[in-house]
Design a protein around this ligand. Structure first.
Ligand code: AMP
Ligand code: GLY
Length: 419
């Protein structure tokens, strides 16, 4: 029996707490800071998850055995290393290995060293801006500019025109995204369709979790601004067994090999943001955590006791932990506050959640008062359904969304449109 602490407050963390709370191996479950949904699966605690001493006092007080880290920031800040000397196990990579997400230049150099297919690229700082201009001139298609560091999902620009791209490069280097863009990676544009693969690893062995596809743009038909994610499906119809074999041989195995070769500790989840170009997979990005809203479709398809998977990650026995995946398809649709991803209002009363039938409501930006559930963020809740195929699952979620209301509620009607 384990006492478990989940860090984070989004739909991903509610999906994790929903699943973990079903395990007979979980004694007490805490979520910091959590949301209105997680408070139904365990106890919310108001901790600053970037203040590791504060987290540690709580861990000591409640005799926590496992910390499951949802978002990337505590990982990139080194929460794994901080707790490495303690009795408690952190699910997530070490600070060094988190650089796969924390620095685009680091990730690209890693992929180059271990022959992992990705876009051609050049890393540029102010001092080498002229080289950047030359590289832009050589591009045949659009130009991809990436702030090297974490930029809250906003640090990637894709530009058609070379003059505009050079201008954008200059602005980025001059601090458009603060320190994150003091270094910029320029990449070749890869033309294809994206999907996400999640791997649970103990650093040596691994298990592949269900494949998913998320929809990042705010507007229908994949138009408008980028968001954290407006919906997702799992599995992904175009991801064939042949394609997955290539992902395994060309990307997952060399990634694990690379981690070993560089002696990086990685006990957590690797999120591979992939793109299929013709029949081949390429890496668009690594993340050092699970995706949101992908987790809201991945977790409901995993049949195992999730604590078994977490324990296998932490005690280095993941190769013996066979992951059983449901044949059903899952789809999720995110309800967002009108205005998101730009400015939006909070504290709107949410009604009708209790009328939802046969879908799972994963809360994201929500909070409770004594009697009410209120909006508390841009992405408010994800409505997940399981069905025989993704279309039926989407229809079920859409039917249930009609029952939920809050002022200025918005969502995408077309999740899965391109499949
Ligand atoms: P990232 O933060 O690296 O995932 O980039 C954000 C989004 O930009 C991705 O989801 C892709 O849609 C797009 N993108 C990033 N890199 C490339 C690339 N080299 N070629 C085409 N699209 C890209
Ligand atoms: N849904 C994309 C992400 O979690 O980064």
């Amino acid at each position: 029996m384990k006492n478990i602490l989940i860090l984070g407050s989004g739909g991903r963390e509610h999906a994790l707490s929903w699943k973990i709370s079903q395990s007979p191996k979980c004694k007490k479950l805490f979520i910091a800071p959590g949301n209105a949904g997680t408070s139904n699966t365990g106890t919310n605690v108001n901790l600053n998850i970037l203040d590791f001493e504060e987290v540690q006092s709580f861990v000591d007080k409640e005799d926590i055995h496992l910390i499951v880290v949802g978002p990337e920031a505590p990982l990139v800040e080194g929460i794994y290393d901080y707790f490495n000397d303690h009795e408690v196990h952190v699910i997530g990579p070490s600070k060094q290995a988190s650089q796969l997400e924390g620095s685009k230049a680091f990730a690209n150099d890693f992929m180059k060293e271990f022959n992992i297919p990705t876009a051609g690229y050049l890393t540029i700082t102010k001092a080498s801006i002229e080289k950047g201009f030359e590289f832009i001139d050589q591009q045949k298609d659009k130009i991809v500019l990436k702030a090297d560091g974490l930029a809250a999902g906003k640090g990637v620009l894709i530009i058609d025109d070379k003059t505009q791209a050079k201008d954008a490069l200059r602005k980025m280097l001059e601090g458009q995204f603060g320190q994150a863009s003091e270094t910029v990676v320029i990449e070749e544009f890869l033309d294809g369709i994206e999907f996400s693969v999640f791997v649970a690893t103990d650093g040596e062995g691994y298990q592949i979790l269900p494949v998913a596809k998320d929809y990042k743009r705010i507007g229908e038909g994949d138009t408008g601004l980028n968001t954290g994610g407006m919906g997702a499906v799992s599995p992904v119809p175009f991801v064939s067994d042949e394609l997955m074999q290539k992902v395994k041989d060309q990307i997952i195995e060399p990634t694990i090999h690379g981690l070993n070769k560089r002696a990086y500790t990685y006990k957590g989840f690797i999120f591979l943001g992939l793109i299929k170009v013709d029949e081949d997979p390429f890496v668009i990005e690594y993340n050092c955590r699970l995706g949101d809203p992908e987790t809201e479709v991945v977790i409901p398809r995993i049949k195992n006791d999730f604590v078994d998977i977490l324990e296998a990650i932490s005690d280095k026995s993941i190769n013996n932990c066979h992951v059983e995946i449901s044949e059903e398809s899952a789809a999720t649709i995110m309800l967002v506050s009108g205005g998101y991803p730009e400015s939006y209002e909070k504290n709107k009363l949410i009604t009708g959640i209790e009328a939802v039938e046969d879908s799972i409501v994963f809360h994201a930006g929500t909070k409770t008062t004594e009697t009410k559930t209120l909006t508390n963020g841009g992405r408010v809740m994800a409505i997940t359904s399981l069905e025989k195929d993704f279309r039926a699952a989407i229809h079920k979620s859409l039917r249930n969304i009609k029952r939920i209301q809050f002022e200025k509620m918005d969502f995408r009607n077309d999740i899965g449109f391109d499949l």
